[in-house]
Ligand binder design. Structure first.
Ligand code: NDP
Ligand code: OXD
Length: 309
């Protein structure tokens, strides 16, 4: 029997090497060379083509090669009843927290303004508060949001989180549900989006949400491009309602070469690299779930398909 993998082609040699070490008894098929579809038991995918998973009649589980599973759930032909697992991995979490800390610190310490001053050869001190005086809002306190929160707390920031259900993290104000969103936004000087993309969160970063933030708030979206209503961002920056935005994710990706976000002076763009799926640890997760499947044990990191994450 075989495992099918679909990932960005550039890192395929690395995946082959790690899968060979951990799952030597499974034949590896690399998409699109799938061979006999009936021989494929496990599929590890990033952005599977619509219908691809349905064409595999003996699939035991689908492993999303990302923490987000929107790329799997949006397949209109997704086979029903096949368990879906996702990446929950310390390297993924660590890298995401590094990205969040980098951009929070940049805005907190007014680095974009110092960069602009440097371009003009201008020597001018600008005031900034201390971290405990800076209010950060994290949308989503899951695997990634909770760790980013802990690391920002360790730097001294005043961090609050917004979740679907109540969540208690030491020293972190928690707001939840639609009724918690307003008070959460009202205190978020730097807003970080780490939500999954679901029917409820699509388009959440919009004009009406920006209007509920303190004037001049900064936005960091490292979740999914479709969380943002693109047309609302530049007007919010130009009116001063938002001061800056960091965007790691876009819809669609890659961001079109002529897109205005690339050259906007108050937007920072990165090419979906806030974190990355690291074969060294993620292959261990896949192998553990193959072992569990064979032993009849519950799989790790199952997705609740109905909830959408
Ligand atoms: P989790 O599933 O662990 O956590 C999701 C969090 O979002 C939970 O706290 C959940 O609330 C909250 N949430 C979900 N729906 C809502 C809602 N309607 N209202 C309020 N809160 C909600 O996800 P991860 O932390 O593992 O990952 C988050 C996302 O980050 C991924 O889905 C992916 O899109 C993105 N990502 C981006 C990467 C990049 O490189 N840019 C890399 C990796 C992930 P509750 O606790 O109540 O369930
Ligand atoms: C993920 C991602 O979901 O890299 O893991 O975007």
């Amino acid at each position: 029997m075989a495992l099918l993998i679909k990932f960005i082609p550039e890192r395929m040699d690395w995946w082959r090497e790690e899968l060979g070490k951990r799952l030597p008894d499974l034949e590896l098929r690399v998409w699109p060379e799938i061979g006999d579809p009936a021989e494929i038991e496990f599929a590890a995918v990033w952005r599977a083509k619509a219908g691809m998973l349905k064409s595999l009649p003996n699939l035991r589980f689908i492993f999303s090669l990302g923490a987000g599973v929107d790329h799997v759930l949006l397949d209109p032909d997704l086979p029903q009843g096949v368990p879906i697992c996702r990446v929950v991995d310390p390297y993924l979490t660590q890298r995401m927290s590094e990205y969040v800390a980098l951009h929070v610190l940049r805005y907190h310490r007014r680095q974009p303004e110092f960069d602009a001053q440097q371009m003009r050869g201008e020597w001018k001190e600008l005031y900034f508060p201390t971290a405990p005086e800076r209010k950060i809002g994290i949308m989503g306190l899951g695997e990634l949001g909770a760790d980013a929160t802990a690391k920002l707390k360790a730097l001294g920031f005043d961090v609050a989180g917004w979740t679907r259900s109540p969540k208690s993290l030491p020293g972190v104000a928690n707001f939840h549900g639609p009724e918690g969103l307003g008070p959460f936004l009202a205190r978020s000087e730097i807003l970080v989006c780490l939500l999954p993309l679901t029917a409820e969160t699509r388009g959440i970063l919009s004009k009406s949400l920006f209007a509920r933030l303190p004037k001049g708030a900064a936005l960091i979206n490292c979740a999914r491009g479709a969380h943002l209503v693109e047309a609302d961002l530049i007007p919010a920056l130009e009116s001063g309602q938002l001061s800056y935005a960091t965007l790691d994710v876009f819809s669609p990706e890659p961001l079109a070469p002529n897109h205005p976000f690339w050259r906007h002076p108050r937007i920072t763009v990165s090419p979906h690299v806030a974190s990355i799926t690291d074969p060294r640890t993620v292959v261990q997760l896949i192998a553990e779930n193959v072992r569990r499947y064979r032993a009849g044990e519950p799989l790790l990191h199952l997705v609740d398909v109905k909830r959408g994450y």
